[in-house]
Write a protein that binds this ligand. Structure first.
Ligand SMILES: *Cc1c(COP(=O)(O)O)cnc(C)c1O
Length: 418
């Protein structure tokens, strides 16, 4: 019996048998908004309307024989929440339906998802090619942890296909990148890099946090595995950490699940409950985030006190053609920019002048959050590495929230005058 079958609760599996459509399969015919509200729903004997929270570590068996059968894999049902939990399963199925993935596994954080997605399939002697512009902790895994276990890591400029082509001229096991990348919003051509990677024998893992499944579906473009920090827009209200790994049945069941079961990066049922409710409203919230992001980006660009503004929704964005090809929407909720007057002192004065937008290294919250990457998320990198990634001492990253956009513009205006 596969892990997936084991994860199906008995009642639901039995109830679903006559229609032949157990679990998430029943949601595949629904349109996206319906999938996000009802996908993966498993009601208890009480018939509650909202999803129940199964905050339990273990599960009991009706008899010693039933326990034996479940352990042997002869009967369906949950065994232990490190392996699977009904609330976590609802989140996993709902997200898999949104992504169009065969299956998903939820993790305790986005970094647990990235770590599990990489470590479950790599071994000593393997070779990884990754884009240089990565979330700081992802860079740490690629550059510091993998080499300790005898994995060779090569970094390339993700926006430069020639560099990918050169690096993937050798047999490779795994390719990893995020697009748009944090915090410079450079894009990687997902379809083109997947072709090169597959020709080199590599599986492709895409960190899709910045685009979310609303704007971009890497699996449809050829990627093998998508990873998320659900902490960001999937929760969207700054409440809890979470992550997910999505892919096909063979990878999820045979490669990822055994690794996760025995190493334990599983998501708390409570966090899964919060996050699956987050999925219900993700398209609505994200539409507003993107609309406000677009407005703020254009407003910043028109202000002479502001220097370079990076926003994938600009018609003259250097990779606008690629944006049109692989992302939907009008540029997303994240804007990165520099002030006209360069340097750290000026940008700190601006940050300290903000009254509404919060200084925080997080993103994807209903509250607008602003980060100075050079001194926070990317301070670990040597200055020349930051320069290579386009992270100047004056660059800030703004995650536009759900406040009234006029209040945000007033706050930015006041802080720019500081
Ligand atoms: C936040 C983030 C992560 C890490 O997620 P956590 O939930 O904080 O562990 C990974 N990748 C990207 C692109 C992120 O923004």
């Amino acid at each position: 019996m596969s892990a997936r079958e084991q994860d199906l609760p008995q009642a639901e599996a039995a109830a679903a048998k006559p229609s032949g459509a157990p679990g998430a399969a029943s949601g595949a015919a629904w349109r996206p908004a319906t999938r996000l509200v009802r996908g993966g729903l498993r009601r208890s004997e009480f018939g509650e309307t909202a999803e129940a929270l199964f905050l339990t570590s273990g599960f009991r068996y009706d008899s010693a024989e039933a326990a034996e059968a479940r352990f042997k894999g002869e009967a369906e049902g949950f065994v232990y929440s490190r392996f699977g939990n009904p609330t976590v399963r609802t989140f996993e199925e709902r997200l898999a339906l949104l992504e169009g993935a065969e299956d998903a596994r939820a993790t305790a954080s986005g970094m647990a998802a990235v770590n599990a997605a990489l470590m479950c399939q790599l071994k000593a002697g393997d070779r990884v090619v990754a884009a240089r512009a990565l979330f700081g902790s992802c860079r740490y895994i690629i550059e510091e942890i993998l080499p300790r276990f005898g994995v060779t890591a090569v970094l390339v400029d993700g926006a430069d296909l020639d560099q990918w082509r050169d690096a993937l001229a050798e047999p490779t096991n795994l390719v990893f990148f995020e697009t748009p990348a944090n915090p410079t919003l450079d894009l990687v051509d997902i379809a083109a890099v997947c072709d090169l990677a597959h020709a080199a024998g590599a599986r492709v893992v895409v960190d899709n946090v910045f685009a979310t499944p609303i704007l971009q579906r890497p699996l449809e473009l050829g990627a093998d595995i998508t990873v998320y920090s659900a902490t960001k827009h999937i929760d969207g209200q700054g409440r809890c950490l979470g992550g997910a790994v999505l892919g096909d049945h063979a990878f999820i069941n045979d490669v990822l699940t055994p690794y996760m079961r025995h190493t334990g990066p599983s998501m708390s049922p409570f966090n899964a409950w919060v996050l699956q409710k987050g999925l219900e409203t993700l398209p609505l919230r994200f539409r507003q985030h993107c609309e406000s992001g677009h407005r703020v980006a254009h407003w910043l660009r028109a202000d002479p006190r502001v220097g370079r503004v990076i926003y994938p929704g600009f018609a003259d964005f250097p990779q606008a053609e690629l944006v049109g090809r692989q992302m939907s929407g009008s540029g997303g909720p994240i804007v990165s920019f520099e002030l006209a007057e360069e340097g750290k002192a000026r940008v700190f004065r601006f940050l300290n002048g903000l009254r509404l937008v919060d200084i925080s290294n997080n993103l994807g919250d209903s509250k607008s959050l602003i980060t100075h990457p050079a001194t926070t998320t990317h301070q670990r990198l040597p200055p020349q590495e930051r320069a290579l990634m386009g992270i100047s001492d004056g660059l800030v990253r703004l995650s536009v929230g759900l406040e009234d956009v006029e209040d945000l513009l007033e706050d930015l205006d006041r802080a720019l005058a500081a």
